[in-house]
Ligand binder design. Structure first.
Ligand SMILES: NC(=O)C1=CN([C@@H]2O[C@H](COP(=O)(O)OP(=O)(O)OC[C@H]3O[C@@H](n4cnc5c(N)ncnc54)[C@H](O)[C@@H]3O)[C@@H](O)[C@H]2O)C=CC1
Ligand SMILES: O=C(O)CCC(=O)C(=O)O
Length: 455
């Protein structure tokens, strides 16, 4: 690829066409590439050597994609087969790092979109971690504890050979929490015959976990949102938030939003959404989210039944008039029709908690209508940041206090906001944090790739 052959626009279009052609059956992966690459145009114009060295063509190709068989036995002796994945997307700035997702929707497209996003997100944290993601199409819903244990052991019996504290460091994501990490780490330790706790993050405290890691993603989203509000001479105090999901991320959001004087008034699940006008603010309500998640039922209606609030079966919460939208469940939760309702309700802020929770069309519409969007790769980077802090503590064989970790997390989120804002302004995007986060995340990875030759 010679710089004289194509303009930056033609070059980006060519790389995107190659991605569409080579990955025709991977809509989520194509979606994320189409969201990121066009925003890098001014960077290519400033650094034409990135085109000469075909940086974009190289950054959209995962370094390694591992797919494997996971067979396991249920409590009645039935034998099942699931598919396991680990996509080691980009290791230019550190060991591959990213969560494991156990959900029936998991496929290679979803793993690749998450691994690509993780590469930019991890770079934004300012910490030395590359991008990866993994998981399985295993459905934890309704499974007994022994079935979860057997599945995790079988999954790790293959995965262990591909990971390590300096190679690839998984963590949790949808369907994978502290219990699963414990079972996975136990099997890793058994096979390896060594106590290498730096191989996982999100571990339990007794065997090397970091304080604040369970809360970190949600706390980080609220810290990031707070930076957006401060930039607009606004405050979190008194704000109402429509959120989705009721898992780990939503739980952390409810805790920190309450602490800063805001309130989350909606939660959702695959069965519908609940509206709690008083907010998910008391300890009892916030703790109940953990209980619902751990029950394995995956039903948000349980919250409505317990606290006597309204439940809307089969609906999403995006038609509610609130101050801030914070989707925290899964990808493509907000489509264009929801985006139109959000704009019609005069809502100014959308802060993404889940990975890619808005379609590209919805994000473009928000930006066109002047809303401020905190993109997921920046806003939800608090989780992986504290994971990297967990790795540091494991390497040093030390443990920081809750206050120390929270203060570091807060500073990291402020830095991410500032770096995204500065990059957007520098390249002529104004206060467009979507473009700014892509550019700031790309910068370090691109420089490392150039320095390391042609990989
Ligand atoms: N756990 C972490 O540290 C991080 C998680 N994320 C992202 O945040 C989102 C939520 O993750 P967690 O809270 O960790 O997972 P979780 O397993 O604790 O909770 C997931 C929630 O999303 C809902 N959900 C999942 N798939 C759904 C579907 N197809 N339809 C409707 N609802 C669905 C579930 O009902 C549940 O309430 C995901 O997009 C994840 O990738 C991002 C950064 C870090
Ligand atoms: O903590 C980690 O390593 C991964 C967190 C994660 O999966 C994410 O940021 O989407």
């Amino acid at each position: 690829m010679l710089k004289t052959m194509l303009s930056s626009t033609e070059y980006i279009e060519k790389v995107m066409n190659d991605v569409r052609e080579k990955n025709a059956h991977e809509p989520e992966f194509i979606q994320t590439v189409e969201e990121v690459l066009p925003t890098l145009k001014p960077v290519l114009e400033k650094y034409p050597e990135y085109m000469e060295k075909n940086l974009l063509g190289r950054i959209v190709e995962p370094e390694r994609q591992i797919m494997f068989k996971v067979s396991w036995e249920d409590d009645n002796g039935g034998v099942h087969v699931n598919r396991g994945f680990r996509v080691q997307f980009n290791g230019a700035i550190g060991p591959y790092k990213g969560g494991l997702r156990f959900h029936p929707s998991v496929n290679l497209s979803i793993m690749k979109f998450l691994g690509f996003e993780q590469t930019f997100k991890n770079s934004l944290t300012g910490l030395p971690i590359g991008g990866g993601k993994g998981g399985s199409d295993f459905d934890p819903r309704g499974k007994s504890d022994s079935e979860i244990l057997r599945f995790c052991q079988s999954f790790m019996t293959e995965l262990y050979r591909h990971i390590g504290p300096n190679v690839d460091v998984p963590a949790g994501d949808i369907g994978v929490g502290a219990r699963e990490i414990g079972y996975l780490f136990g099997q890793y330790r058994r096979i390896r015959g060594a106590f290498e706790n730096g191989v996982f993050t999100g571990k339990g405290i007794p065997y090397g976990g970091s304080l604040i890691r369970p809360e970190a993603t949600g706390f980080g989203i609220v810290y990031f949102c707070n930076e957006i509000l401060l930039h607009n001479n606004d405050t979190m105090v008194g704000k109402t938030i429509a959120s989705s999901g009721f898992g780990n991320v939503t739980w952390g959001v409810c805790k920190k939003a309450t602490e800063l004087g805001a309130k989350v008034v909606t939660l959702s699940g695959p069965d519908g959404y609940i509206y709690d006008p008083e907010g998910v603010t008391t300890e009892e309500k916030i703790n109940y989210l953990v209980e619902m998640r751990n029950s394995g039922r995956d039903k948000v209606k349980d919250y409505a039944d317990k606290f006597g609030v309204e439940f809307f079966a089969g609906e999403k919460p995006w038609g509610r008039k609130v101050d801030i939208i914070m989707p925290c469940a899964t990808q493509n939760d907000i489509h264009i029709e929801h985006a139109k309702m959000i704009v019609d309700n005069d809502i100014k802020y959308v802060c993404e908690g889940a990975n890619m929770p808005c379609t590209n069309e919805a994000v473009s519409y928000f930006l066109e209508k002047g809303l401020i969007v905190g993109p997921s790769k920046a806003a939800n980077a608090g989780g992986v940041s504290v994971s990297a802090l967990e790795m540091s503590q494991n390497s040093m064989r030390l443990s920081w206090t809750e206050e120390e970790v929270d203060a570091k997390l807060h500073q990291i989120m402020k830095n991410i906001h500032k770096n995204a804002k500065d990059a957007a302004e520098f390249y002529g995007f104004g206060y467009n944090l979507v473009a700014g986060a892509n550019i700031a995340g790309f910068d370090k990875v691109a420089k490392a790739m150039v320095a390391q030759g042609r990989y």
